[in-house]
Design a binder for this molecule. Structure first.
Ligand code: PLP
Length: 393
């Protein structure tokens, strides 16, 4: 009998990957599957970024790099953060990591242990809760409500802070809801959190460049008074269609940077060298491909919201960011996960049940509109047909 740590009794997963595997299996069997389950752009990585990685390999960048990342990439990231936040940012606080997810792993491992509390959004990215549970810390869900435009409520957050709170996780624009916390609420969050300098804040801003209807994402990094407790999570996966490259970054306060660096040295030594050169090209090169991608998401967003609202029993708030819609399905009479399962089996449409993002996700499903518009509309037709028949049944 092997005795692994007790965290494995509690650790979770990301069901989007399980749904992807199921959908792929059905596709291999010849079924026509429309995958609105997985959260990744359906665009290729822009050419100039791919070429920068190829060139790096041809130029002989085959070895280890510093654990913290190559200097020109860290500088490009620091410049980018400074440009977006207007707050002076030192490349010495930037850690290059293998993907966006890694920063949440580092932050939660750094603060989680039995007896402490970590506040996280529900519904929210499933790995937050999973990793909190793994460390033995108490997960404290912060409700994210449709009535509040799926934004973070500063009042709700304030009510949850306790003397046991060590880390607060914020995510805007948000997965799975597409909610964007408005600038005035971001400012209130910053004020509340800055009043508790003993609490660390991890702000997951991986969708920060994907907002619509002229709404501007305001980074928590824009508040200098928060910088000594703020961990910023960002990366290349979504903005530059680079999910498979595994490249992300985080910004750490002085007091935490070396701890993060040590975890990096212990776990992965450094990030793939050629991918880091690709990252420089992404941040410092032309942004038109990335902007065109956001424009395409915007177009699909409008189409998907209109189509979802026309489905029987479904109502869908207009998402303001990321590439997810989070329609309310309560009036269909279906529970979310059985509906998602049946839709995949019977209509070939893959989406994710809201409860995979937390208890408050019941009554909703997540629809990723990072798929071709005609396929999205075809999926909506199949859903319409299914819901009308199942309603009649
Ligand atoms: N944070 C959020 C909110 C996400 O939705 C995702 C991916 O879906 C990540 C982080 C992780 O990004 P990456 O694929 O770069 O690890």
């Amino acid at each position: 009998m092997l005795h692994t740590v007790s965290g494995f009794d509690r650790i979770g997963e990301e069901n989007a990957f399980a749904v992807l595997a199921k959908a792929n299996k059905l596709a291999e069997q010849g079924r026509d599957i429309i995958n609105l389950g997985i959260g990744q752009p359906d665009f290729p990585t822009p050419d100039h970024i791919v070429e920068a990685a190829v060139k790096a390999l041809r130029d002989g960048h085959h070895g280890y790099t510093p654990a913290t990342g190559i200097t020109p990439l860290r500088e490009a990231i620091a410049n980018d953060i400074q440009m977006r936040t207007g707050v002076a940012t030192d490349a010495g606080n930037v850690l290059v990591v293998p993907g966006g997810k890694v920063t949440m792993y580092l932050a939660i491992v750094m603060f989680g242990e039995p007896g402490v509390e970590i506040i996280y959004p529900d519904p929210g990215f499933p790995i937050y809760r999973s990793m909190i549970e793994f460390t033995g810390a108490t997960p404290v869900p912060l409700p994210i409500r449709e009535e509040n435009g799926f934004a973070f409520s500063p009042d709700d957050l304030e009510g949850l802070l306790s003397d046991k709170t060590r880390l607060v996780i914020i995510n805007s624009p948000a997965n799975p809801t597409g909610g964007v916390t408005p600038p005035e609420d971001v400012a209130k969050l910053a004020k509340i959190l800055a009043n508790r300098p003993d609490i660390a804040v991890m702000s997951d801003e991986i969708y920060g460049r994907m907002t619509y209807d002229g709404l501007q994402h305001v980074s928590l990094g824009s508040f200098p008074e928060l910088r000594d407790q703020l961990i910023l999570l960002d990366g290349f996966s979504k903005t530059y269609a680079m999910t498979g490259w595994r490249l992300g970054w985080s910004l750490w306060p002085d007091a935490l940077f070396d701890k993060a660096r040590k975890l990096a040295v212990n776990a992965w030594s450094c990030v793939n060298a050629s991918a880091q050169y690709a990252g420089i090209a992404a941040l410092t090169g032309p942004q038109d491909a990335s902007e065109a991608m956001v424009a395409a998401f915007d177009d699909r967003r409008k189409a998907v919201v209109e189509a979802l609202n026309a489905l029987p029993g479904v109502s869908c708030a207009t998402p303001k960011g990321a590439f997810y819609a989070f329609p309310n399905i309560k009036e269909t009479g279906w529970k979310a996960k059985p509906l998602a399962d049946k839709l995949l089996q019977e209509t070939g449409v893959a989406l994710i049940g809201g409860p995979d993002f937390g208890i408050l996700g019941e009554g909703y499903v997540r629809v990723s509109y990072a798929a071709a518009k005609d396929r999205i509309l075809e999926a909506m037709e199949r859903m319409d047909d299914f819901l009308r028949k199942s309603e009649a049944a």
